[in-house]
Design a protein around this ligand. Structure first.
Ligand SMILES: C[S@@+](CC[C@H](N)C(=O)[O-])C[C@H]1O[C@@H](n2cnc3c(N)ncnc32)[C@H](O)[C@@H]1O
Length: 311
C-alpha cells in the first residue's frame, strides 16, 4: 500500500548528469542525494540489467517514498538513511566499492520546502526547525536556537555570509529587538519580522528569502559537509569513475571548484555546465543550478597533455 505522497520535485539537468556519468550495465553508482529519486531511477534504468545504485538521504519522507518504488529494482537498489558527510562509511557498508559514478544534487527538494513540519518555507507556517532529517547535523542545532540565542554580531555574519544579504545588520537588529519581548516560535513569525525590518522598494524577492537560506545552510552545516564529502569521494571512486555535483549557490560552487582542483589525476570541467533555456523555462528551480564533473584518470600521464574536456 502506498503511504507517501508522490514527489513534487522536478530533478534538474537529468540528461547532463547522465551524459557525465555514462551509466552502463554492471556499473556501480552512488546517489548521495536521493530526493525525489529521478536521478537514482535514471541510473538504475540505464545500467540495467545488473548495474547497482546506492542512494543516500537524511530525509525520512524521501527515503520512505523511494522504498515503496524499490521492489521494481530488486537488490540492484539500496536506499540508506545517511548523511553524505559519512559517505565513505555508507559506501563501505554497501559492499559495492569502488563506485563508477557519484552524484551530489545539493540543497533541498520541493517536497521538503512544502513540508510545514520542516519549517523551511517563509510562506508556510511551521516550527523553526529547518533540519532536513534526524541525521542532518550532529549537534541538534535548529533555526529556533539560532534566531533566539545567537548574538546580533553572529546573526549579521550568518545572514551576510550565507545569505549574501546587504540588509543583514537591519535584519539581525530587528530579530534581537523582537526576541526581547517574545521568542520566535514559527516561520511566519520570523518572516513577518524580517519583512518589517527591510525597505521593500527594489526587492524582487521576498525579504526573508536570503535569511531563510542562510539559516538552513547553518542548521544543516551544508558547506562543511560538502567539503568533507568531496574530499572523501576520491577514496571510494574507481579509476575512470566520475563525480558530478549540481550546486545552487555560489559558495557551494566555489567549494566544488576548489576541491576538484586539488584532486590529483582527474580531468575536470573547466567551466560549470548550466541548464538549457528550455529547462529553466519549464522549471524555475533550475535557474541557479551549476554542474561540475571530475573524472578519475590515474592511469594516464596527465602531465603530458592538456586534460580532455569532460562534456
Ligand atoms: C535537490 S534534492 C535531490 C533531488 C534528486 N536528485 C532527484 O532526482 O529528485 C536534495 C536532496 O538531498 C538531501 N540532502 C541534503 N543534504 C544532505 C546530506 N548532507 N546528506 C544526505 N542527503 C542530503 C535532501 O534531503 C534532499 O532530499
Amino acid at each position: 500500500m502506498n503511504q507517501e505522497k508522490p514527489t513534487q520535485h522536478r530533478a534538474v539537468m537529468v540528461s547532463e548528469v547522465i551524459e557525465a556519468l555514462k551509466p552502463r550495465s554492471g556499473g556501480r553508482y552512488l546517489d548521495a542525494t536521493l530526493g525525489g529519486a529521478t536521478h537514482s531511477q535514471e541510473l538504475l534504468k540505464l545500467s540495467a540489467p545488473d548495474g547497482r545504485v546506492l542512494s543516500l538521504d537524511v530525509d525520512l519522507t524521501a527515503l520512505g517514498r523511494a522504498r515503496e518504488m524499490q521492489p521494481a529494482y530488486g537488490d540492484r537498489w539500496k536506499i540508506v538513511e545517511s548523511n553524505f558527510r559519512h559517505l565513505k562509511q555508507a559506501a563501505q557498508e554497501s559492499g559495492w566499492m569502488p563506485f563508477d559514478g557519484i552524484l551530489f544534487d545539493l540543497g533541498l527538494s520541493s517536497d521538503e520546502l512544502a513540508d510545514p513540519s520542516k519549517g523551511l518555507s517563509f510562506q508556510i507556517d511551521g516550527p523553526l526547525d529547518m533540519r532536513l532529517g534526524p541525521k542532518a547535523n550532529d549537534d541538534g542545532l535548529t533555526a529556533y536556537d539560532i534566531v533566539n540565542r545567537w548574538t546580533e554580531r553572529e546573526l549579521i555574519d550568518l545572514i551576510r555570509t550565507y545569505g549574501e544579504d546587504r540588509f543583514a545588520p537591519k535584519i539581525a537588529q530587528a530579530i534581537v529587538m523582537r526576541r526581547r519581548e517574545k521568542k520566535f516560535e514559527t516561520t511566519l513569525d520570523l518572516a513577518e519580522c524580517i519583512k518589517d525590518a527591510v525597505p521593500l522598494k527594489h526587492l524582487k524577492i521576498h525579504p526573508a528569502t536570503k535569511t531563510f537560506q542562510a539559516l538552513r545552510m547553518a542548521v544543516n552545516d551544508e558547506l562543511a559537509t560538502l567539503r568533507l564529502a568531496l574530499e572523501t569521494a576520491d577514496e571510494i571512486l574507481a579509476d575512470g569513475g566520475t563525480i558530478v555535483v549540481i550546486s545552487f549557490h555560489s559558495l557551494e560552487d566555489r567549494i566544488v571548484k576548489q576541491t576538484f582542483k586539488k584532486l590529483v589525476g582527474y580531468e575536470i570541467t573547466k567551466k560549470p555546465i548550466c541548464p538549457t533555456e528550455a529547462e529553466v523555462k519549464n522549471n524555475s528551480r533550475a535557474r541557479s543550478a551549476k554542474m561540475r564533473a571530475a573524472r578519475k584518470n590515474t592511469t594516464k600521464n596527465n602531465l603530458c597533455h592538456e586534460p580532455t574536456p569532460l562534456l
